[in-house]
Design a protein around this ligand. Structure first.
Ligand code: PRX
Length: 677
C-alpha cells in the first residue's frame, strides 16, 4: 500500500469539473418497448435481498447443472458465484439460440475498406466456424480445459470466433489489444504462461493494411527470452488463401489457420461443462506499478452479469441491431460486443477500422446500411465525430432508440450534441461507469425507469451499492458535493475473481485500504475500492471525476504512468522519467513525458524522438507521448520524490501552487520557461 500513499498527481485534481445538469426523459415510445420497466427492481436488488437477488441474472442462462449456493465468500475477497453450477459460455452464446435464430445474423462484420462490403454471419454459421476451430485448437494445438492462450488479434470476425472456440473447450483466452506492441504481447504471454499465440497476418487501420504478423515474431522471441516458450503460432489470414504480410512464416511454429482448418471440416465439439467459477478469460489492465494486471473473470457470474446488463441497460432484444464501436481487445468489447449481446441472441456489429475513415460520415452510413438501432461508443469518439462532422448524422437515414457512452467522463456539451445530433433527440442515453475489473456496468440509469442527467453516470445498478469514503475511511453521504473515493459495498457476479497468479496484489490494490477486518469471510467487511474519485448527488446519481491513482485515461483507455516511465528508461541516456496527463479536447487526456538525462548526455530533438519511439515499441502507439520534455532536473521533494503534480500543472498551464518546500524550487521556473515559452 505504500505506493498508494505517495501518489502526487491524480487525474481528478486536474479534471474538468462541471455542475449538476437538468434531467432528460426517455420517450414513451422507448419505454413502451423496453426490457426493464419494473420499478420494483431496486427493491428486489436492495442490500437486504443481497446476494439472492442475482438469481434473476443467472436465470437468463442455460445451465447443465443448476447451482446450489449463490455466493461463496469463504475465501473473501475472492468470491465464487453460483457455486455448484455447470455451464458453458460458448453454448450459451450460440447453441441455445439455434432452434429459434439459426438464420439470424449473429455478427455483422464491417471491413474498413469501403469496397469490401459487409459480411453477415448467422448463428448457424457461427456455430459451424466455432466448432471447427475448437476442434483445431484441441486436436492440432493440443489445448485443453484450464490452459491459457494469448490472442493478439485485430477487429475481424475471427476474433469472437476464436474467443468462443476457447470458451467451448474451457481454454482461458487472454486477448491483447491489437494495437499493442510485440513487447506488450510478450509480457502477457509470459505472465499467463501461454504456449500458443493466435494472431492475424494483417488488418486495416485508416486505409493502410498493416503488417501484424511481425508483432508475433517479436512477441514470441521476447517471451522466449523471458522463459516462456511459444511452440505454435496460429495465424488467421485477413484474406483467406492470400499472404497479406511480408513477414515470413517460421517453419514448424507458424501455421495458417485456414490451411489447418481444412482437416476439421464438419467437426463438432461437445462444449465442456465448466464449473461456474472456472476462469473464462484474462484481461490485462494497467495499474500503479509497471506490471500489467491479469484480471481473471469467471464463467457463470461474468456471463450472467453481462447478459443481464445487456438486456436491461442496453435494452437489447434479439430483433435489434446493436453496434458497440469499441475494440474487442478491451473489456468493453469482451462484455458488450461479444459475451453479453450474444448471450441474449443479439445481432452484434464488428467494425474493423477507425470511426472517421474515410470521412466523418462513415459511422452513420454503417448505421443506415445495417439499420443499427442501438449504438455504443466512448466520449473520445463522440468528441472527434462532433468536431470533424457536426452535421453529418443528419445526412443519413437511421434511427437509434438507445445509445451508450462509456470509458471516461463526458462533458455535458458533448452529451447534448450526442443526444440531439446523433440520437435525434429521441434515443435514450445511458452513461455507463465501470472498469476492466468489474466485468460489467457499476453505475448507470436503467433507461426506461430513470431520467438521464448529462455528465452523470446515474445511480448504482440494481444490486450494486456504491459508497464514498474519504481518505480516513469515513463515509461521505450523498448530496454534500464533496468528492471522495468511490467504493462498492458488496460483491457482484461480474466482478473479477483475482489478479492472475497474484492474490496478494488483488487484495492490496482493491481491498486493503478500506477492509474492516482482513481475516473476515463476510463480504460486508470487504468494500471494493475502484480507484476513482466521484461525487454523489442528492438524487443518488454518481459523477465520476477521474482516477486517484497513477493511471491515465487516454481516449478511454487505461495507461499506467509507471509502464510508460519504465518504457522510457530502456533508453540508455535516460536517468529519470515522469509521466503526467494533459487535458486534450478530443482524447480527454494525453500523455506528456518529462525525462532527465544521465550525466554526460545532451538533450536533442533526435534523443526526444528516440525516447518517444521507445515508448511506442514497448507499449504501442496508443501510449505515444504528445511531448517529451528533456529537463535539466526533476522537481523533487526533500525525500527525493519526483513531484509529478508540479509538472502536470506546468503542462496544463495551471498554477503550480507552493513549491518552496521542494529540494530544488528553482528548477520549476526553468521548466516552466522551457515548456510554456
Ligand atoms: O476512471 C474510470 C473510467 O475508466 C476507468 C476504467 O477503465 P478501463 O478498465 O479501461 O475500462 C473502461 C471501460 C469500462 C474507470 O476507473 N471510466 C469508465 N467509464 C466511465 C469512466 N469515467 C467516467 N464515466 C464513465 N462512464
Amino acid at each position: 500500500m505504500a505506493e498508494k500513499e505517495v501518489v502526487e498527481t491524480s487525474e481528478a485534481q486536474i479534471a474538468v469539473h462541471w455542475g449538476e445538469e437538468e434531467y432528460y426523459y426517455p420517450s414513451p415510445k422507448f419505454i413502451a418497448q423496453a426490457n426493464m420497466t419494473d420499478e420494483e427492481v431496486y427493491d428486489r436488488f436492495s442490500l437486504d435481498n443481497f446476494p439472492n437477488c442475482f438469481k434473476e441474472y443467472a436465470d437468463l442462462l442455460d445451465w447443465y447443472e443448476y447451482w446450489d449456493e449463490i455466493l461463496d465468500s469463504s475465501d473473501a475477497p475472492c468470491y465464487k458465484w453460483f457455486k455448484g453450477g455447470k455451464i458453458n459460455a460458448s453454448y450459451n452464446c450460440i447453441d441455445r439460440h439455434l432452434a429459434e435464430y439459426k438464420n439470424k445474423t449473429a455478427i455483422h462484420f464491417v471491413p474498413e475498406p469501403l469496397e469490401e462490403g459487409y459480411q453477415h454471419i448467422t448463428f448457424q454459421e457461427l456455430y459451424v466456424r466455432v466448432n471447427e476451430f475448437a476442434a483445431l485448437l484441441r486436436d492440432f494445438a493440443g489445448l485443453k480445459r484450464g490452459d491459457r492462450v494469448t490472442l493478439h488479434m485485430p477487429m475481424i470476425p475471427e476474433l469472437p470466433i476464436t474467443m468462443l472456440a476457447c470458451a467451448r473447450l474451457g481454454v482461458i483466452h487472454s486477448q491483447v489489444f491489437g494495437g499493442f506492441s510485440g513487447r506488450a504481447c510478450a509480457d502477457r504471454i509470459v505472465d499467463s504462461g501461454s504456449r500458443v499465440l493466435i494472431t492475424a497476418d494483417a488488418y486495416y487501420r485508416s486505409g493502410t493494411l498493416l503488417d501484424h504478423k511481425q508483432n508475433a515474431d517479436i512477441a514470441v522471441d521476447l517471451a522466449g527470452k523471458d522463459g516462456q516458450t511459444v511452440d505454435k503460432v496460429l495465424i488467421w489470414q485477413r484474406y483467406t488463401g492470400k499472404a497479406s504480410s511480408p513477414t515470413p512464416m517460421v517453419d514448424g511454429r507458424d501455421f495458417f489457420v485456414n490451411e489447418e482448418l481444412q482437416n476439421f471440416y464438419g467437426a463438432r465439439v461437445e462444449p465442456e461443462k465448466m464449473n461456474a467459477e472456472d476462469p473464462l478469460f484474462l484481461m490485462y489492465t494497467s495499474g500503479t506499478t509497471g506490471k500489467p494486471k491479469g484480471c481473471q473473470h469467471g464463467t457463470g457470474g461474468y456471463l450472467a452479469y453481462t447478459a443481464g446488463t445487456s438486456k436491461y441497460v442496453q435494452d437489447i432484444h434479439p430483433t435489434d441491431v446493436y453496434w458497440c464501436m469499441a475494440d474487442i481487445g478491451w473489456i468493453t468489447g469482451h462484455s458488450y460486443i461479444v459475451y453479453g449481446p450474444l448471450a441474449i441472441a443479439a445481432s452484434t456489429v464488428v467494425y474493423e477500422g477507425v470511426p472517421t475513415y474515410p470521412d466523418a460520415g462513415r459511422a452513420w452510413r454503417i448505421a443506415q446500411d445495417l439499420d443499427v438501432n442501438i449504438f455504443h461508443t466512448a466520449p473520445t469518439a463522440i468528441r472527434a465525430l462532433r468536431k470533424i462532422g457536426p452535421d453529418e448524422p443528419a445526412k443519413y437515414n437511421y434511427e437509434f432508440k438507445h445509445m451508450t457512452t462509456v470509458g471516461e467522463p463526458i462533458e455535458p456539451e458533448v452529451w447534448k450534441w450526442y443526444h440531439k445530433a446523433v440520437g435525434q433527440g429521441k434515443a435514450a442515453i445511458v452513461d455507463t461507469w465501470w472498469q476492466t475489473e468489474t466485468g460489467g456496468f457499476l453505475c448507470s440509469t436503467l433507461p426506461a425507469l430513470q431520467p438521464m442527467k448529462p455528465g452523470s453516470a446515474g445511480p448504482g445498478m440494481p444490486g450494486i451499492h456504491p459508497i464514498l469514503y474519504d481518505d480516513e475511511g469515513n463515509e461521505v453521504p450523498p448530496g454534500t458535493g464533496k468528492a471522495a473515493n468511490i467504493c462498492i459495498q458488496n460483491p457482484w457476479p461480474g466482478m473479477f475473481q483475482t489478479i492472475w497468479g497474484d492474490r496478494d496484489r488483488f487484495v492490496d490494490t482493491y481491498f486493503a485500504r478500506y477492509c474492516k477486518d482482513p481475516k473476515s469471510t463476510k463480504w460486508q467487511d470487504w468494500p471494493y475500492m475502484t480507484g476513482d474519485a466521484a461525487v454523489i448527488a442528492e438524487d443518488g446519481y454518481v459523477r465520476i471525476l477521474g482516477r486517484i491513482d497513477d493511471v491515465i485515461n487516454v481516449s478511454g483507455h487505461r495507461l499506467g504512468t509507471k509502464e510508460i516511465e519504465s518504457a522510457s528508461l530502456v533508453v540508455e541516456e535516460v536517468a529519470e522519467a515522469a509521466v503526467i496527463p494533459v487535458n486534450h479536447e478530443i482524447k480527454g487526456k494525453e500523455v506528456e513525458l518529462y525525462v532527465a538525462l544521465k550525466p554526460g548526455f545532451e538533450a536533442s530533438d533526435a534523443l526526444a524522438k528516440k525516447i518517444s519511439d521507445a515508448v511506442c515499441d514497448e507499449i504501442g502507439k496508443i501510449a505515444k507521448p504528445r511531448m517529451v520534455w528533456i529537463v535539466k532536473d526533476m522537481p523533487k521533494t526533500r525525500s527525493g520524490k519526483i513531484m509529478r503534480r508540479v509538472l502536470a500543472s506546468i503542462s496544463n498551464n495551471q498554477d503550480e501552487g507552493d513549491v518552496t518546500t521542494l529540494a530544488n524550487p528553482e528548477i520549476v521556473a526553468e521548466i516552466k520557461k522551457q515548456v510554456q515559452g
